[in-house]
Write a protein that binds this ligand. Sequence first.
Ligand code: NAD
Length: 475
Amino acid sequence: MTPQYLNLIDGNMVAADTWLDVLNPANEQVIGRVPDCGQRELDAAVAAARAAFPAWSKKPIEERRAVLMQISDAIKDNADELMRLLTSEQGKPHAQAQGEIAASAANVAALSSLTLDDEITEDSDVRLSRTRRVPVGVVGAIVPWNFPVALAVTKITPALLSGCTMVLKPSPYTPIATLRLVELIAGLIPSGVLNVITGGDALGPMLTAHPDIDKVSFTGSTATGKRVMESASKDLKRITLELGGNDASIVLPDADVAKVAEQLFWSSFLNAGQICIAAKRIYIHEDIYDEMSAAIAEYARMIKVGDGAEQGTLVGPIQNRPQYERVLALIQDAKDNGYKFLVGGEGDPSIPGYYIPITILDNPPENARIVVEEQFGPVMPLMKFSTVEEAIERANNTDYGLAGAVWTADAQEGVRIAEQLETGTVWVNEFLHLSPFAPFGGHKQSGFGAENGKEGLLEYTYPQVITVKRDPVPA
Ligand code: NAD
């Protein structure tokens, strides 16, 4: 029988009247069913979060932190089961799923260690003025399908630590590992503090429009992020938006080809390219372009694409059919325009599963769709540049501003270039590293606000300034 995974509303694991099927992208088989919630279940979840808010927000932060540390331990204790569920619904190879689960446990612990101390803003003979941080209330959290567990806990942890309560909506494509995790931790959390509901396309807009939600924390595409912002504007809900990217890497002529080629490959192809901060445009200096592109192509040909549950697979399938078809359309567009392929380009649609071969393009033009659009798949365009100024201009010539990277033997020059990139994160000689203690957020149309670090935590709070006059009231 197909396993069923329940939702968490007001401390109880519950079903809805109807179910949604969840597929394994490696073979398109149904692997589980989850509740298909609508307005009624959403209202119940929001009411539970509202009712739980006064008691939860008044608890000392140490008590809330202790609950979160238990959640971190529960993730660690059940890592193997969660990892297998994650691979089966998301497609990523076991080692990468293991990495996501381990990082989730570690991030819950790290983010829980943050503090929300009061700040004295004036301490004079005249007055004492203190800024404290109060939780915004009920948070609606919406998560995409590429890192379902890691992105869920990145929202749950700061929200609960700050004293907020939450209604979380996973992606309909990848709800299973999250629901299993929630079942494991439900008994650790007071009823109503965390509610998790699943549903189809209509549920997200219902959640962002709900009048009793005070803040929306959203991770997903820029197009949906704009809809979330519009919907939140009706009653001025607070928002945090973590959106799409079209990150550029700039490879200087002094970069060590032997060392860098493999890292450039993984900066684009980890999780089959379905990472907001994957390198989606690689600019390589013309002096080393031929050598570097040949080295990347040679490495790429050794990589096994397949079912993430099979040993030896390093790149899994695309997570869902619409995204699979989008990436195939981008590849077809490149073919139609006669762009040169270094590797890949030919899929086999007769094989079940959303597999796309590793595809690398050789210097397509700057206005190619595959360069301009966020591919979100195992496709990487390599482009040639002549001067650093030109590379910076091309890297910045996008509405996105999420992350970027510079590869060079001269770290100082790397930093000089990094400071000119219009993105929230820039790595020099590294890729995809995010710290729970540093703010992560997009510039331009890649986001609004930040997650992680103190800044991310503060987004779940309002400042409240309390001022006490010290000298006597004038007569
Ligand atoms: P998506 O925007 O289609 O969906 C994200 C979530 O929003 C899903 O849970 C979906 O059900 C829900 N949703 C859909 N329509 C909605 C609406 N009108 N109102 C409210 N919610 C709605 O994104 P996706 O395809 O699931 O994820 C891929 C995108 O996410 C990529 O663009 C990627 O770059 C981005 N992403 C960004 C980050 C980041 O931190 N910046 C991280 C991961 C993914």
